[in-house]
Design a protein around this ligand. Sequence first.
Ligand code: P6P
Length: 337
Amino acid sequence: MQQGVTLDQFLETHMAQLPGDQADLRGLLADIAKACIELSDLVRRGELAGVLGAAGKENVQGEDQKKLDIIANDVFIEMTESTGRVAGLASEEMDNHYPIPEQHQRGKYLLTFDPLDGSSNIDVNGATGTIFSITEHSDTNAPSDNDFLQSGRKQVCAGYCLYSSASMLVITLGSGVAGFTLDNAKNAFVLTHPNMQVPTATNEFAINAAYSEHWQAPVKRYINECVAGKAGPIGKSFNMRWAGSMVGDIHRILCRGGIFMYPLDERMIKDGKQGKLRLLYEANPMGMLIEQAGGMAHTGLVSIMDIEPDNLHQRVPVIMGSTEEVERVVAYHQSST
Ligand code: P6P
């Protein structure tokens, strides 16, 4: 589809080709886009909007919440709870799922989201983003937390909005990945990246190297081989990038390739954790986007989207991006078990 069409025009054409009644899903995506436009404006105005700084409390992860984490969560709730399109909401910022208030009609979609990913960047004007995942709730009864525990393969839609030099909405409905840039003059997202593809080869890795002492052998082996450059076993020089926001790193990888790694390490094992990043609202939606763009999304031992979740805030190791490099890291994990 030609560049320049708006998100609404794109969805009208693209979703007409999908089976079944897509009206509610199309409407939900429009609601999400409106929420992202509102957040983009707040992020862009920063201190002038009075939204920077700490909120003075922790989220369910035990992480200090920023004011904008809470504001972003509320924007998504307000934009969706009364539309009759969602059956419930779940987010990084809420211990349990958010039931749709009785006065509103429930819809058939479950929206799971990280309202402001990388929020530690917000006070230093770094890249942040919103990540979202949509699954179905076919039961007419109100959902429980357990109804959100669906594998990544059950997602009907996944996407993110990157708040950076431009604000970009990137989505998949299971047939490719499309990127839209926010045209502030039109106050609308416009199609600018109609068919995003992850190059299968790359020479760029993303990992927080400060934790290298805690990495397990397969990760140490891989990163050592990358930094060994042309003289090393991989035989090429590598560059490193780490945005401190998964949305920023994954967007770069969708644009020019790369491998993103937040692996399991000895620290986490000692703390009884299975990783840092969350399965339902970070790894699964990003995994769907990366796979739909021709890349690979893995934990080192299993494909991320095959995991059957056991709790809303489950953490998993994440290795995703250009297939050639992800396959190499997976091979190192499997040869070390
Ligand atoms: P670290 C942000 O808090 C996040 O969940 C991801 O967006 C990001 O990739 C990662 O954590 C950054 O983690 O340990 O480098 O601060």
